[in-house]
Design a protein around this ligand. Sequence first.
Ligand SMILES: Nc1ncnc2c1ncn2[C@@H]1O[C@H](COP(=O)(O)OP(=O)(O)O)[C@@H](O)[C@H]1O
Ligand SMILES: [Mg+2]
Length: 334
Amino acid sequence: MSNPLFRVLTGTSDPKRIVESVVPRRSFDDVVLPPSTRRSLDHALTHVTRHDLIFSRWGLGERHPTSLALAFNFAGAPGTGKTICAEAIAHALGRRLLIVRYAELESMWMGETPKNIVATFRLARKENAVLLFDEADAIAARRSAAPDHGFLRETNTVINVLLQELERFNGVVIFATNLAASFDPAFERRIRTHVLFEMPGVDEREQIWRVQLHSRTPLAPDVNFRALAERFEASGGDIRNAVLKAAMSAAAEPGNDAFKTIQQRHFEDGIREVLASKRVMRQSLLDVPAPQALVGEQQRAYPSLPPIATAVAITTSVLGLVVALVALAVALLR
Ligand SMILES: Nc1ncnc2c1ncn2[C@@H]1O[C@H](COP(=O)(O)OP(=O)(O)O)[C@@H](O)[C@H]1O
Ligand SMILES: [Mg+2]
């Protein structure tokens, strides 16, 4: 790749890649959705395949190159399948998926974010990829009318650049957001469909338990997915984690591997552990000493926090560097 920025952003040596280009492996066969989510996703998919036919295969994208981006917002709680559905859409189109971890891109590259966004769209065009802005809650936030703080100005610039790039992009863009945030009106106009990812009901949970396993996974005769689905109100992501935990503990038991099986108690312990650690996370978030009424406000303000933290970190390191240089000069002068 010629652009050094992208060598850094997509470099294989960095496990926490901010932009990742993947060949989608998972399809809609791997996803189980509540009927209403399924319906609006099907609706989105119809738009996508028609768009692809008209503007790519029929060549009209080359004649009419602006305002063609097909933008969707996938909104829902963590673990409800937003990322996997973006992958399934790319799979259905036979295209690569370019995943941008937006929160990280914004917090790690303060000042550079607009440039990185332009470069991301350039790469998406080059690879003809479906573009996913994952964890994009900060994008959904309204632009501030009075951008007097540096970081707010930065956020406004980022959103303006994104809107310009969307205007010039002839492809599919998906924003995945956790908060049911109110979108900036200019952004709202660009979003074709909002797909609400609801928590799975009992029937969906039962099927999700099943799709998380493989035909080679050894199950004990006492395993009962219906009972697990009825008893534990969990998201698809929770069930995935519970299945992996259950398999780990079954594999760790003494005895010959050939006779090991995953039993109901392994699944039950797994899901209990996952749900308990989620409760701990939620608890520690709420423990932040703030009046209860402010919690909503804080959540909305959250997207601005990483740039502040970054600014503080940068200022501190610059000060450190100055002190070190002064010390070096003093040492040399002696
Ligand atoms: N509706 C679902 N059907 C099947 N598996 C799911 C579903 N939702 C989540 N999962 C599982 O949980 C994992 C995490 O889900 P993900 O798509 O990353 O959720 P989100 O992006 O909404 O946080 C997926 O890789 C998949 O294994
Ligand atoms: Mg996700």
